[in-house]
Design a protein around this ligand. Structure first.
Ligand SMILES: O=C(CO)[C@@H](O)[C@H](O)COP(=O)(O)O
Ligand SMILES: [Co+2]
Length: 218
């Protein structure tokens, strides 16, 4: 069974809570919160105050995707704001193992994201220390981009590594995922599906969520 993580980047920010209520009512399990700093990625979004304003009002896993430089500086602030899962980019962490340990010391789940050009090899030695790997299927920074097909063998490579190392962690995919291509990523090994524009841009969110689930049966 997959878990769905709608990305609020594609929600209506002037109506954020009610937009999120719709995906919560539709049964989506994770709330994917894209944090961008204008340095690591060429876009700026939201920070801890927005997360703490939503916390307590929404019963979903708060999945915080940090697309920021120097994430160590802000991990505690995101943990205090209500993140359940904190995802840092491999490319933004000089001492990735230390960063993961500091997320876990705060009692939060730890994930590591890989940009499309970053090899699986770079996380081989910390695979036992994390709860999730996020395979970016677009270059981070914006919603509504086209899925990069060459990420399919990369997901498979990660799945094989997990099987070889006997670790049972989540594999999340993020970027350009739709009801049309979800089966491909799930067949390759993904089990947590981020979708922004495909869900919030839909006229019938309940139906789109249903379609994501039906089409992901492999
Ligand atoms: O992290 C990111 C983009 O950097 C994503 O979470 C996007 O927000 C997903 O949006 P869609 O590609 O599904 O529209
Ligand atoms: Co994201």
């Amino acid at each position: 069974m997959i878990k769905l993580a709608p990305s609020i980047l594609s929600a209506d920010f002037s109506n954020l809570l009610s937009d999120i209520k719709v995906v919560e009512d539709a049964g989506c399990e994770y709330l994917h919160i894209d944090v961008m700093d204008g340095h690591f990625v060429p876009n700026i979004t939201i920070g801890p105050p927005v997360i703490s304003a939503l916390k307590g009002k929404i019963d979903m896993v708060f999945d915080v995707h940090l697309m920021i430089e120097n994430p160590d500086k802000y991990i505690e602030a995101f943990a205090d704001a209500g993140a359940d899962l904190i995802v840092v980019h491999q490319e933004a962490c000089t001492h990735l193992h230390r960063t993961i340990q500091s997320i876990k010391a705060l009692g939060k789940k730890a994930g590591v994201a890989l940009n499309p050009a970053t090899p699986i090899e770079t996380i081989k030695h910390i695979i036992h220390d994390i709860d999730m790997v996020l395979i970016m299927t677009v270059n981070p920074g914006f919603g509504g981009q086209k899925f990069i097909e060459s990420m399919i063998p990369k997901i498979k490579e990660l799945k094989s590594l997990c099987l070889r190392e006997n670790v049972n962690i989540d594999i999340q995919v993020d970027g350009g995922i739709t009801p049309e291509n979800v089966k491909k990523v799930v067949s390759a090994g993904a089990n947590i599906i981020v979708a922004g524009s495909a869900i919030f841009g839909s006229n019938d969110i309940k139906q789109t969520v249903k379609l994501f689930r039906e089409n992901s049966v492999v």
